[in-house]
Design a protein around this ligand. Structure first.
Ligand code: HEC
Ligand code: HEC
Length: 238
């Protein structure tokens, strides 16, 4: 074989090797990985996260800190890695996601832990005169309730737009898709969603890495249309 041939063969080998490593990396992102999560470790990590996102990942300050509970584990892991590589800006979190602070095994553990937390959208009725009524437990339960206030806008117009433009990925009821790491929009704070849409439009975040048209999609809406979509999403958890 000529030297050029060798070089090409060598280069091809490298490409094959990279394809293999890329698919391994993808497999790592898959659901199986999260099954090995060490949840005791996650409880420790969560003490840091809770300072901003709440102890149940319920979020806070009306969406300044997003809700994390119930997001797909692969989505959470992806965001943490994007913060770490600074491909997604987040001054508040950057120090917590550095490799030294958060190796990949910690990313796996905390992502699986937060994904598994279920929040309520309202407190179940309770008889506070019942013998087994426990005021402390009741108080703790209120922390697990996230009820998104109804946002301004026309939810009927919003529903039409949502069904046509968003449901194919985020799901008909906006609960997201665990399998494809698409986040739920229902149950997330409106102000937070609005901020993210602005970031997508300004290209400070990538909407759907597998679909370059997803950004254009958001940029094509008027502010009023976006408000209508948010109004619809905000009533889905009522
Ligand atoms: C000092 C406050 C702070 C701490 C501590 C913190 N976060 Fe955050 N986090 C934020 C803020 C602020 C945002 C929203 C950034 C934005 O608007 O894009 C965020 C966003 C996120 C998101 C993106 C959610 C989404 O739906 O897009 C994830 C995931 C996340 N944090 C996970 C964690 C985890 C896990 C920990 C603990 C290791 C943690 N955060 C600790 C402030 C914090
Ligand atoms: C082609 C599929 C697709 C379509 C259509 C789509 N999205 Fe998304 N969306 C995604 C994916 C994938 C993500 C997660 C991106 C990431 O990992 O950072 C996302 C994330 C988001 C987020 C950020 C949520 C968070 O917690 O950080 C918002 C807000 C959002 N989409 C709004 C919308 C709206 C509104 C529509 C309809 C107008 C829409 N999307 C249509 C795929 C899609």
């Amino acid at each position: 074989m000529s030297r050029v041939g060798l070089r090409i063969a060598g280069g091809f080998g490298l490409v094959v090797a990279c394809l293999v490593c890329a698919s391994l990396a993808l497999a790592e992102e898959g659901e199986d990985r999260f099954a090995d999560a060490d949840l005791d470790n996650a409880v420790d990590i969560n003490e840091v996260c809770a300072g901003c996102h709440g102890e149940y990942g319920q979020g806070g300050k009306d969406g300044e800190y997003p809700r994390l509970a119930g997001l797909p584990a692969a989505f959470i892991a992806r965001q943490l890695k994007l913060f770490r590589s600074r491909d997604r800006e987040n001054l508040a979190m950057v120090e917590h996601t550095e490799h030294r602070q958060m190796p990949d095994s910690d990313v796996r553990d905390i992502s699986a832990f937060l994904a598994a937390i279920e929040l309520l959208s309202q407190l179940p009725p309770v008889d506070d005169t019942a013998a087994d009524f426990n005021a402390y437990e009741r108080l703790m339960a209120t922390k697990r309730v996230v009820q998104i206030p109804r946002a301004d806008g026309d939810p009927v117009a919003g529903e039409r737009l949502y069904a046509k433009e968003c449901a194919s990925c985020h799901g008909r009821d906006a609960r997201g898709r665990e399998r494809d790491a698409v986040p739920m929009l229902a149950g997330q704070y409106t102000g937070y969603l609005q901020r993210q849409v602005d970031k997508y439009i300004d290209k400070r975040r990538v909407h759907d890495p597998s679909d370059p048209d997803a950004e254009e999609l958001l940029a094509a809406f008027t502010a009023e249309e976006l408000n209508d979509i948010f109004a619809y999403i905000s009533i889905l958890d009522d």
